[in-house]
Design a protein around this ligand. Structure first.
Ligand code: HMH
Length: 209
């Protein structure tokens, strides 16, 4: 039987928990996250999303035509998201031309290298990256301002539907993928989980003495 996204979550539930439940997010929900921690996340995530946009562009280039609609809607949403990041940074007087921190660099490199993997692997990685934020921002429960706007961006019903579509598209191509490719997809999923956790930790660790 072919691998599915749901099986990946079930087989690696602890890893996935670590990727989506983090003190950074709990402290946003409690309103106790420090400005320095939040702002570090904001700038680094903007830098991440610029590379993520390129990644989605490359996924589109490898996708069957039947998947274009979903991926193009994702790219359209990213156009809006990049503008929104710039507005949020402006409100907080943050410099978006800051360098990428090591963890952000490693994650961006991982996405860059996925161009060398077959489409089913790319489709699983794309789904996992989006699902991590879709769950991570929703699991703590209703967030107070100003974090509610961030929680809503990745927790809103439209985004949740998009993530389900990505899972369906990944499941569909996993059906006919060889065992070796299914194995690569599993490894990519685990890597996303590790990198997601590291990304929260990178921002959370940003506390001055
Ligand atoms: C680190 N993972 C990270 N940033 C994001 N914006 C997303 C995922 C989007 O889902």
């Amino acid at each position: 039987m072919a691998l599915t996204c749901e099986q990946l979550i079930n087989a690696h539930s602890e890893m996935w928990y670590s990727a989506t439940v983090h003190p950074f997010l709990t402290q946003c929900q409690e309103g106790t996250i420090l400005a320095e921690q939040f702002n570090t996340w904001l700038v680094q995530d903007y830098l991440f999303v610029t590379e993520f946009t390129r990644f989605v562009g490359r996924v589109l280039a490898a996708a069957p035509v039947a998947h274009f609609d979903g991926l193009l809607s994702g790219l359209g949403a990213l156009q809006n998201e990049l503008t929104w990041f710039c507005e949020k940074a402006e409100e907080r007087s943050l410099n978006l031309s800051s360098p990428r921190q090591e963890t952000c660099l490693v994650y961006c490199d991982f996405m860059g290298n996925l161009v060398n993997s077959p489409y089913p692997v790319q489709a699983v990685a794309l789904w996992a990256i989006e699902f991590a934020y879709n769950q991570g921002w929703q699991l703590p429960g209703k967030m107070p301002a100003p974090y509610d706007e961030f929680a809503d961006r990745w927790g809103n019903p439209g985004f949740t539907e998009y993530v389900k579509l990505l899972a369906n598209q990944a499941d569909e191509v996993l059906q006919t993928a060889s065992p070796a490719i299914q194995d690569q997809a599993k490894e990519a999923f685990k890597r996303v989980a590790m990198l997601e956790r590291a990304f929260w930790q990178m921002a959370f660790d940003q506390v001055s003495d």
